[in-house]
Design a protein around this ligand. Sequence first.
Ligand code: FEO
Length: 171
Amino acid sequence: MLKTKVEEVLVNQIEKEAYSSNLYLAMAVWAETNGFEGVSNWLYAQAEEERLHLFKFIRYVNERGGKAVIPAIEQPPTTFASVKDMFDQVLEHETYISELINNIVGTCLQEGDFTTHTWLQWFVTEQIEEEASVRGICDKLALIGDHNLYLFDKDIMGLRAQAKSADSTGA
Ligand code: FEO
């Protein structure tokens, strides 16, 4: 059974994951309508991952005797200054989410909820991977500037496929 404090922070995270998914959808729409097919594919896939995170939190709260609350979600921005600016915002957002997950881990320790603490480790690892992959993209964009975005767009198209096949081979 979840303690009230732990349930509170988990339910709070539901809104954050839902917003993350919508934020990446909004970015995907901007990228797609500005001709960046590879970037939009990456972001649509990212939005789906965030939706999975959202479901994980909802199901976990309910399974542990709590009750998930489906929140209203703030509208994300609809335009971005550039691809680089957008990915900088993705990195900033993911760093913020990592901080939130870290705080939830802290609450679990304070409340002595080692079951939820263990369950959260998947998210801790996921955040490390997400931050690293987005940081890699931001570094690339810093190198190429506003030029060669056509090649960058083609390049990023293959990124997720590569990561998936590395995952499945355990690399
Ligand atoms: Fe679900 Fe990338 O935070």
